[in-house]
Design a protein around this ligand. Structure first.
Ligand SMILES: C[S@@+](CC[C@H](N)C(=O)[O-])C[C@H]1O[C@@H](n2cnc3c(N)ncnc32)[C@H](O)[C@@H]1O
Length: 247
């Protein structure tokens, strides 16, 4: 099955496609305190909820980079509906191919898509290059809440060493001259909503499109991820937003 189709079906009901409540999302946007005229970059911007919220709250312009043909269309619609087309540019391409001049942004984000840069450390290194001294780097990243069980690793896209702990994620900016300012951590309620929205949207798609040629694979994948989340992931996998200041 086309991977973009799979993600689009499962995330049809999500606005922000990560495990975070609206209240925490709003708190994050509020605490950014961007200077007037700030430039904001969001790599793997999805449907552009973060750029839209930041541009509504702060006097800034933004660039969103997204590879999915479905999500970039959603992003265009959301930016247009918000009346922000003059302030937010959307680019349909791979995030790692987006080249920005060093120090050309005041805030650079990659929320839940660090694989674009080969993982958390790579994402921090790439984003910090693009941010001016005194600017901010924001990443969203999973972490192990406890050592993962083999059963979870067997059925997930993660390897034991591909993630660290929450403390590891927060400390990963040290070697890059990034000061960890704050983190916002998902709780079980945030995770249950994020996961449950996917089961619900996928189930609806399967009911509405019984002739979808990918139906069997879609159902099998969703069943596997649901079982894995409920059996292991809910206890073992965490997720947080990490905000850093570039010195
Ligand atoms: C978990 S979602 C997060 C989306 C968005 N940051 C948010 O929080 O709502 C990961 C996003 O990364 C996008 N993505 C995956 N690979 C990418 C790549 N190589 N370049 C750009 N975007 C990519 C996906 O299409 C998806 O929109």
């Amino acid at each position: 099955m086309d991977i973009w189709k799979y993600f689009a079906i499962g995330h049809a009901d999500h606005h922000f496609m990560n495990p975070l409540s609206e209240a925490k999302f709003d708190e994050l946007v509020e605490m950014l305190r961007l200077p007037a005229g700030a430039r904001v970059l969001d790599i793997g911007c999805g449907k552009a909820p973060l750029l839209v919220a930041i541009a509504r709250r702060w006097d800034c312009t933004g660039v969103g980079v997204e590879l999915s043909p479905h999500f970039i269309e959603d992003a265009r619609g959301n930016v247009e509906n918000a009346g922000l087309s003059q302030r937010i540019e959307l680019v349909h391409q791979g995030g790692a191919d987006y080249a920005a001049a060093p120090g050309s942004f005041d805030l650079a984000c990659c929320v839940g898509a660090s694989w674009i840069y080969g993982g958390h450390a790579g994402a921090l290194a790439a984003l910090s290059q693009m941010v001016a001294p005194g600017g901010l780097v924001l990443v969203g990243e999973p972490y192990w809440r406890k050592p993962p069980s083999q059963g979870y690793l067997d059925g997930s896209e993660f390897e034991r060493d591909s993630l660290g702990t929450h403390a590891d994620n927060a400390a990963a900016g040290d070697v890059l001259g990034l000061t960890h300012l704050h983190s916002i951590v998902s709780n079980e309620d945030d995770w249950d909503r994020y996961e449950g929205y996917q089961w619900n949207a996928t189930g609806r798609h399967l009911r509405d499109h019984p002739d979808d040629r990918d139906a069997e694979e879609l159902r099998a994948l969703m069943d596997q991820y649901r079982r894995s989340y409920l059996r292991w992931g809910r206890d073992e996998l965490g997720w947080a937003l990490y905000l850093f200041l570039k010195q």
